[in-house]
Design a protein around this ligand. Structure first.
Ligand code: NDP
Length: 399
């Protein structure tokens, strides 16, 4: 049915490529392109021989002209951006210049400021609309499936949703004293930033990790959960009608937080350049270089993730609570595609969002967050491609 250019060859891209190859009726041909060609070739070597044809290419996506040249050569229908958030705008520019649809999993971030906002990408709305192209923003798990869950709850379970609590819990254990389960630089920028939540039309800022709860979650048990800022709150606040409050919660172990605190206190998480032996370096990028590559954690991570949304609102004049979630097992992911559950829960929805565009199920031009589209075909594919969802009443809040 179509051709997809996948940019990036890291943890998430590896899962997405495996999943595209499981759906050759839609993904007839893919090109895996990244800064380091050998990583693309290694992925191709693993998956070659199936029905989906695979090519590889080298590209530095910081340069729009390089992406344009590659798109002109490969002629994809969609570009799936699985590089880093820094490349979102250069790749969107290349898609506009060549008339190709765009999908990503994380909103644009300037390199010199840990700011997670959609304003830079929303500024492209008119240009994509006029070109008749779709830019689908945030087709991972969170953002991504959490937005699809919200659209599904709104469509099938509520007249009005008043509150959403997004709960992202990872009960996986890799046995190492400290490691991050996706790109360390992006992960640490996210968790060391100030927290925030949405209430009555505005965002309220909180000190990092200052609000904690303990939820007893299905299949993983009681977990310490902390309030964080997360990008999907910004779009859900606009797209879910009647919404009054949105919070995002993520699990962290005490050991992880203690390590992070020490790293912060000694200045290792800073993104301000410093001079080291005559050369300018960014401490957080140096820290990334000494931490384990998240991909190497896959064989040793055991346990499950549970990510979902607790909705509160009104249906037929009555107050209602509804909980939608997915449980994913790290070892099952490793046995299926060689990755841990964090990459898996992002790579599968990235493939599904791309399939929505290729199949024409989602076809409204413009720059869109995922909850703006019909959730039903996406929910159906989650069940078919490894992330089955479950529904229940509110999980027990212990503390
Ligand atoms: P990795 O660091 O494992 O992979 C990133 C890949 O992008 C690497 O192959 C890297 O190449 C490549 N890359 C980096 N810069 C460039 C560039 N200038 N040009 C071309 N390629 C480049 O990251 P992950 O796979 O863990 O994460 C990928 C994305 O997914 C990130 O944006 C992350 O924020 C997002 N994400 C989203 C989640 C969600 O639920 N929505 C959850 C987890 C992640 P090289 O090897 O040369 O460095």
């Amino acid at each position: 049915m179509g051709k997809v250019l996948i940019i990036g060859a890291g943890g998430v891209a590896s899962v997405a490529v495996h999943k595209c190859c499981q759906y050759p009726e839609v993904f007839e041909e893919i090109c895996i392109a990244s800064r380091t060609l050998s990583k693309c070739d290694a992925l191709k070597a693993k998956l070659d021989g199936g029905k989906t044809k695979i090519q590889t290419a080298q590209v530095d996506a910081d340069h729009t002209d390089e992406v344009i040249a590659l798109i002109e050569k490969f002629k994809p229908d969609v570009v799936l951006n699985l590089a880093l958030p820094y490349q979102d705008l250069t790749i969107m520019d290349a898609c506009l210049a060549t008339g190709v649809h765009y999908v990503d999993t994380a909103n644009y971030e300037p390199k010199d400021e840990a700011k997670f906002e959609y304003k830079w990408q929303w500024a492209y709305r008119e240009r994509f609309e006029k070109a008749g192209l779709i830019a689908l923003l945030g087709s991972g798990f969170d953002p991504g499936v959490t937005g699809v869950f919200s659209a599904y709850a709104q469509k099938h379970h509520f007249d009005e949703i008043h509150q959403i609590d997004i709960v992202d819990a990872n009960a996986g254990d890799h046995g190492l004293p400290f490691a991050t389960n996706f790109n360390p630089e992006i992960n640490i920028r996210e968790v060391s930033a100030k927290g925030s939540y949405f209430e009555n039309g505005k965002f309220i800022e909180t000190e990092p990790m200052s609000i904690k709860r303990v939820y007893n979650l299905p299949e993983i048990g009681p977990k310490d959960i902390y309030l964080l800022h997360h990008e999907e709150m910004e779009s859900l606040a606009l797209n879910i009608k009647g919404i009054q409050k949105i919070r995002f919660w993520m699990t962290f172990s005490q050991s992880y937080l203690t390590h992070l605190k020490v790293l912060e206190d000694v200045g290792m998480t800073s993104i301000e350049p410093i001079l080291f032996e005559g050369r300018e370096i960014i401490p957080l990028q140096f820290l990334k270089a000494v931490l384990p590559d998240p991909a190497t954690l896959a064989p040793r991570t055991k346990g499950k993730t549970n990510i979902g949304c607790i909705f509160q609102g009104v249906k037929d004049g009555k107050e209602k609570t509804y909980y939608l979630y997915n449980v994913c097992d790290h070892q099952a992911c490793y046995h299926e595609v060689g990755s841990q559950a964090i990459s898996y829960t992002t790579g599968v929805p990235a493939m599904i969002g791309t399939a929505m565009i290729l199949t024409g199920k989602w076809n409204t031009p413009g720059v869109h967050n995922i909850e703006e589209f019909d959730p039903d075909p996406f929910m159906d594919m989650l069940n078919r491609f490894g992330l089955p969802w479950q529904e229940s009443f509110q999980p027990e809040l212990i503390d």
